[in-house]
Design a protein around this ligand. Structure first.
Ligand SMILES: Cc1cc2nc3c(=O)[nH]c(=O)nc-3n(C[C@H](O)[C@H](O)[C@H](O)COP(=O)(O)OP(=O)(O)OC[C@H]3O[C@@H](n4cnc5c(N)ncnc54)[C@H](O)[C@@H]3O)c2cc1C
Length: 389
């Protein structure tokens, strides 16, 4: 007998969205999350492109979230080395770009779920299959176990479910990112513009969330290796101020006035595009979605939106087939088939951009040629439509 029918591991963006998508299709699920409470205070904010909004529309939460963030009207790339600028108008015929506080996204998805969908303080340790029934047996670090019919691993980049599926280890880009929020009590002067700055090998992004709040991210290689120091937000702030000291005054001010509690430091991990092309992302009634399947660098700002797409496609397939053992296996095969080339293309584009940032001049030329050949329209990843629930 199964304790639970459908178990999702992890209450991040993907796990919550998947539970909500299943709920909208009349399928009950339970989420097992290792944290003691909702993880709604990490990562500051997240840019959502038109493809992400299509998925949020399907999940029925887009209109709530639209009220929390302004519509961005243009994008500008500025080289701080030579002063070159490139302006990109955000084409609203194909959809919208907004930057959401992660807290708003996580809280809204959570609030749309039936009560008690998430069980906190449940850290998955291992999975094995019952030799008689082939049902997954989940073992948690507190020593408890449950038998379930279906497992969906939304447990992020260091996924236990991905290990069970024997997926190849994830890799690291040779650079790091710092993210934060800065509040301008009297309004910021940056309009509705997403601005990206480049200086040597440093990248800085600045995105307004509303008329007062700015989300910014900063990335560069060769950061002090001592992992421990990055747990201290004051250290993050001091390093950021130092690294940005040659930037225009408005950027330095933004770093100095950042909300200390919003700061975070993270390494940049990815699943190699070629591993996505050949990996087995399901085994029987176990599969993975979100970062557990396709963690990618942040250079296109698409990892979270791809996780929302996964949720819609997964629930649609599960609702179409049914919930017996064979049917779930079919639904997962179809889910993987639908998603594979989408995430291979996204990850490949992100990979090439990441490589371009940290290569010698000769290799840079190679990455630029590959990018131009394989992605003649560099914005087309936003046109993707995951379809109806
Ligand atoms: C610097 C940076 C900037 C980014 N910017 C953007 C952006 O602008 N737009 C965008 O779309 N994406 C962006 N992304 C990517 C985006 O943040 C991720 O793709 C997204 O958060 C993935 O969500 P997830 O739910 O799959 O994984 P996670 O958010 O990692 O959630 C996994 C959850 O599983 C839980 N968990 C883990 N292991 C276990 C276990 N063993 N047992 C139980 N629970 C477990 C964790 O506690 C967590 O709650 C960015 C990423 C980075 C690093």
């Amino acid at each position: 007998m199964c304790d639970e029918e459908v178990v999702i591991i992890g209450a991040g963006i993907c796990g919550l969205a998947t539970a909500l998508a299943l709920h909208k299709k009349g399928i009950k699920s339970i989420i097992m999350e290792r944290s003691e409470s909702l993880r709604n205070n990490t990562g500051a904010a997240i840019g959502i492109r038109p493809n992400g909004w299509r998925a949020l529309d399907q999940l029925g939460v887009a209109d709530i979230l639209r009220h929390t963030a302004i519509l961005l009207q243009r994008e500008r790339v500025v080289s701080l080395d030579g002063g070159r600028q490139q302006k990109i108008s955000l084409n609203h015929c194909v959809g919208e770009t907004r930057c959401l506080r992660r807290k708003d996204l996580i809280d809204t998805l959570y609030a749309a779920l039936p009560p008690a969908t998430v069980k906190f303080g449940c850290q998955l340790e291992s999975i094995k299959l019952d030799p008689q029934t082939n049902n997954p047996i989940l073992r948690f670090i507190d020593g408890t176990s449950i038998i379930t019919k279906v497992v969906i691993g939304c447990d992020g980049g260091k996924s236990i479910v991905a290990d069970f599926l024997n997926l190849k280890p994830i890799k690291m880009f040779p650079r790091y990112a710092i993210r934060g929020l800065t509040n301008y009590p009297h309004g910021h002067p940056f309009g509705h513009e997403f601005t990206r700055f480049r200086k040597d090998d440093m990248l800085l992004g600045r995105i307004p969330i509303d008329n007062n709040l700015i989300y910014w991210f900063f990335s560069q290689p060769n950061i002090p290796k001592d992992e421990g120091i990055w747990k201290n937000n004051e250290v993050i702030r001091q390093y950021t101020i130092e690294w940005l000291s040659n930037c225009p005054q408005e950027i330095q001010e933004m770093a100095k006035n950042a909300d200390i509690n919003s700061l975070s430091f993270t390494d940049l991990r990815y699943r190699a595009p070629w591993d996505l092309l050949i990996g087995n992302f399901s085994r029987g009634t176990v599969t993975v979605a979100g970062d557990a399947m396709h963690i990618m660098g942040p250079f296109l700002g698409q990892g979270g939106s791809a996780a929302l797409e996964d949720a819609v496609v997964l629930a649609r397939n599960m609702a179409t087939t049914g919930l017996n053992h064979r049917e779930i296996g079919e639904a997962f095969n179809e889910f993987v088939r639908e998603r594979r080339m989408r995430v291979v293309r996204l990850s490949l584009q992100v990979y090439l951009i990441g490589m371009l940032l940290d290569s010698s001049r000769l290799k840079k030329t190679l990455w630029i040629i590959l990018l131009k050949l394989l992605f003649p329209n560099q914005e087309s990843h936003m046109d993707y439509d995951c379809g109806g629930l």
